[in-house]
Design a protein around this ligand. Structure first.
Ligand code: R5P
Length: 288
């Protein structure tokens, strides 16, 4: 049995790297829109008898990404793939992981089952909060993590002394996991979110050389505000490291007023310096 990597454009560079490491066949999924907006999807290689690994990242235009991914899995099934695996380096709808208000959507509960067609779904550092284990979402989902790669990056590129800061309690699982192998305890701040675009972060002296670690950098207000506080309290250098650079609404521009910015390449962006292909390779190598 061999592996056929079939990637959507969002993950082309990453999928190519993983295919090379696996010595697997690499192909691109062809996508078009019908004039009325429906998606058209076509494989460029025959999936028959292959372990088909579909790559797609769900950072932008998530609803279309979901539908095209399901259509691609359908092609693999109809043309008799042996196994169908999804690598979704960034997985959407996880922040709405309960009913926060009366009658609002518990989104992950009702979007994850749309991917039932896959034998396995791998994702990197999913935003798990109220749901603690990804297997509670679906037994065929598996979590990978980029925190080890972030630690290596920090070891290579930063000189002591520095502090590791998590901007809110939800970031603790990433900030603390990164801090621990560096022999540190992360400083975890308190955050109050008023709206999607307005947050208040606890004021505190965070040290002179500050590394802020979070999973998602979306509008960037969380890390921007944290960086501003660090500087107001005397920091000379601030770096924001996000696993997922969603980066909407000029996030990067606002963050860069106070800090340098870097992310992994789960979502392609100009600040992606940490390559997650090694963790994806490790997950897939036994399917060869
Ligand atoms: C929330 O719990 C996450 O860990 C991030 O802090 C949040 O998603 C960041 O959002 P934004 O960049 O829009 O402030």
């Amino acid at each position: 049995m061999s592996i056929l990597i079939a990637t959507f454009p969002t993950t082309r560079t990453l999928a190519k790297k993983v295919a090379k490491k696996l010595k697997a066949q690499y192909s691109e999924v062809i996508t078009k829109d019908f004039p009325d907006g429906e998606s058209y999807v076509k494989f460029s290689k025959n999936p028959k008898n292959q372990t088909v690994v579909i790559f797609n990242s769900f950072a932008r235009d998530q609803n279309n990404r979901l539908i095209e991914t399901i259509l691609a899995a359908g092609i693999a099934k109809d043309y008799k793939a042996k196994k169908i695996i999804l690598v979704a380096p960034y997985f959407p709808y996880l922040r709405q992981d309960t009913h926060f208000e009366n009658y609002d959507s518990f989104s992950i509960k009702h979007t994850a089952p749309l991917l039932k067609i896959f034998d396995r779904v791998y994702t990197i550092d999913p935003h798990l909060q109220r749901i603690k284990n990804i297997k509670q979402i679906d037994k065929d989902f598996q979590k990978l993590t980029a925190t080890g790669l972030i630690v290596e990056y920090i070891k290579k590129n930063f000189k002591e002394p520095f502090t590791i800061v998590g901007p809110d309690k939800e970031s603790k699982q990433w900030a603390q996991t990164v801090a621990y192998p560096l022999g540190k305890k992360a400083i975890i701040l308190k955050k109050k979110r008023h709206t999607w675009r307005k947050v208040d972060i606890q004021e505190k002296n965070l040290g002179k050389n500050v590394i802020i670690v979070d999973d998602i950098i979306g509008t960037g207000h969380t890390v921007e505000e944290t960086a501003e506080i660090a500087i107001a309290h005397g920091a000379k250098k601030v770096t924001c490291i996000g696993v997922h650079g969603v980066l909407v609404e000029n996030a990067a521009k606002r963050i860069k007023k106070y800090a340098s910015l870097l992310t992994t390449n789960t979502i392609p962006n100009k600040y992606a310096r940490i390559d997650v292909s090694p963790v994806i390779f490790e997950a897939l190598k036994n399917f060869r």
